[in-house]
Design a protein around this ligand. Structure first.
Ligand SMILES: *Cc1c(COP(=O)(O)O)cnc(C)c1O
Length: 498
């Protein structure tokens, strides 16, 4: 069963948690205990495909789904040819003991596909169990990549509608085009005058607004979330850390049972939280290295125990990490506090009222035993892209470069040479402009977005993903912009119930 981080008395099935997205008390759903994975079980997974490994992991969490249901969900997501690599999430070695875990081989070229190709299957299966045939309305706040991945996952899925809000000036040109050209009869996209935090706060408020939810109910509709506040987004992410470890063991790179470190470029704390859960299940993970860009609220938090969002918000070249309120941290704190819902309510209340909270000494000690943290600015990000390309022969995107830089800082500071998985979270072509800037020998500032894609492809001698190159010829369908106070109105009018 699943509890709420703000009320441990809540007890719902996984189907209910996934259908609802967020608990009515504003808390996030978490499993009441974490299932365990023995070394013996890991050994048994070595010979399995990604699809089979996914099924094995998911079945430990989604215990109210039947085997047939899980089979259909996992095969539909990962075995239907939507990923351009057979192994779904391949590893690329970029140094002695350093492995890029490439999570961007799905249809929208960012790691969000790993979860968002699966979520529509999980959600429609879950909602049939819990609410019958109501229409599920997915509201999404995006810092760039979730929006497109969710649109692509849910487009024309029967019984669903999806509406995405993105910060008007906070996404890359490619990210924006991916969303504004989205096809499908059940989709909507709207820019907001504000940043990601405004979009996320607005969406969360609409979800829990009684007036709005009542109105939806009268029309046979129900909200859910495709953001990483939804448990159905997190559980697929646990799979790839376990699967990557199996790959390392299988290839003889790491003896079964030996530890690895994991480095994750972090924004909303979903991806790194999944790595933490994998560790808690028993995966041999030593340190979790949390990498941030100039919006380094998490770096400070993990170093000092003080979470303080009262600071400038920077728009960076790694926009999917331009976030000052990392929602999923709440799940970590809940777990580390021994499931003390009162404590979590206190922290979150304080965050809401003052933008700040400080955890107690015991929690600080636990955090520093588990995590290391660092950040890097745009200049260092570009240097790292150039360096990695020249010295390691690896072309990485801006987010992955932040992780690589922070990993290098970590090794320089600690001398820790434990084999490391670095989450490579987006195709470099998704951020062609910044990446090309970092690797090109000539001035490329005059080229348009698609000329940059072509130039980058030439320069790196790799083909650009077809899904990005083909955007050039697609008509723009969505041009609406709203203020953060009018999001509710936009939702109601898109649904035709205002
Ligand atoms: C979303 C995203 C991140 C941040 O992941 P979180 O789970 O929000 O911490 C990092 N890199 C890319 C490319 C992303 O799209």
């Amino acid at each position: 069963m699943y509890q709420s981080t703000r009320d441990s008395g809540v007890s719902v099935s996984s189907a209910q948690a996934i259908t609802q997205g967020i608990s009515a008390d504003g808390g996030l759903f978490v499993p009441e205990s974490l299932p365990q994975l023995t070394l013996e079980e890991l050994k048994g997974m070595l010979g399995l495909s990604y699809v089979e490994r996914a099924k094995a992991v998911l079945s430990k969490y989604l215990t109210d789904f039947t085997e047939e249901e899980l089979d259909a969900c996992v095969s539909g997501a990962y075995a239907s040819g939507k990923f351009d690599d057979k192994s779904v999430a391949p590893l690329a070695q970029v140094g002695p003991g350093v492995y890029m875990l490439e999570l961007w081989h799905g249809p929208t070229c960012a790691f969000k596909d790993m979860a968002l190709q699966l979520l529509p299957f999980l959600l429609t299966t879950a909602s049939k169990k819990t609410v019958g045939d109501k229409t599920i309305v997915i509201l999404v706040a995006t810092s760039g990549d979730t929006g497109k991945a969710a649109l692509e996952g849910f487009k024309d899925v029967a019984g669903t509608k999806i509406l995405v809000f993105y910060p008007q000036d906070g996404v890359s040109p490619m990210q924006k085009l991916q969303m504004t050209t989205q096809e499908g009869g059940n989709v909507g996209v709207c820019a907001i005058q504000g940043n990601f935090d405004d979009a996320q706060t607005g969406v969360k408020a609409i979800f829990t607004d009684e007036g709005v939810t009542k109105k939806l109910g009268e029309h046979g509709m129900l909200f859910s979330s495709a953001n990483s506040i939804n448990w159905g987004r997190l559980v697929p992410q646990i799979v790839y850390y376990i699967s990557a470890y199996c790959d390392l063991v299988k290839e003889g790179k790491v003896p079964l049972g030996d530890p690895v470190n994991v480095t994750v470029p972090t924004g909303n704390f979903g991806n790194i939280l999944a790595a933490y859960y994998a560790k808690r299940m028993g995966l041999p993970v030593k340190k979790l290295i949390c990498a941030s860009n100039s919006n380094n609220v998490l770096t400070d938090f993990l170093k000092t125990g003080v979470y303080d969002r009262n600071r400038p918000f920077y728009t960076t070249i790694s926009p999917s990490m331009d976030i000052l309120i990392s929602s999923n941290l709440e799940r970590l704190l809940y777990d580390l506090s021994g499931r003390d819902d009162g404590k979590i309510r206190g922290y979150m209340q304080s965050l809401k009222e003052t933008g700040r909270y400080e955890v107690d000494e015991e929690m600080k000690e636990k955090l520093s035993a588990l995590f290391c943290a660092g950040f890097c600015d745009d200049a260092a990000t570009k240097e790292t892209i150039g360096e990695a390309f020249r010295a390691r022969g690896y072309l990485c995107d801006t987010h992955t470069a932040v992780a690589l830089h922070v990993y290098e800082q970590y090794v320089a500071g600690t001398g820790d040479k434990t084999p490391t998985l670095i989450a490579s979270t987006a195709s470099p072509f998704k951020f062609s402009s910044s990446v090309l800037d970092a690797v090109a020998k000539e001035d490329v500032s005059q080229l348009d977005e698609f000329a940059k894609v072509a130039e980058l492809s030439k320069c790196a001698k790799v083909d650009a993903p077809a899904a990005l190159a083909s955007l050039k010829d697609k008509p723009v369908r969505f041009t609406d912009v709203c203020t953060k106070d009018s999001m509710e109105q936009v939702v109601l009018s898109m649904l035709g119930i205002n």
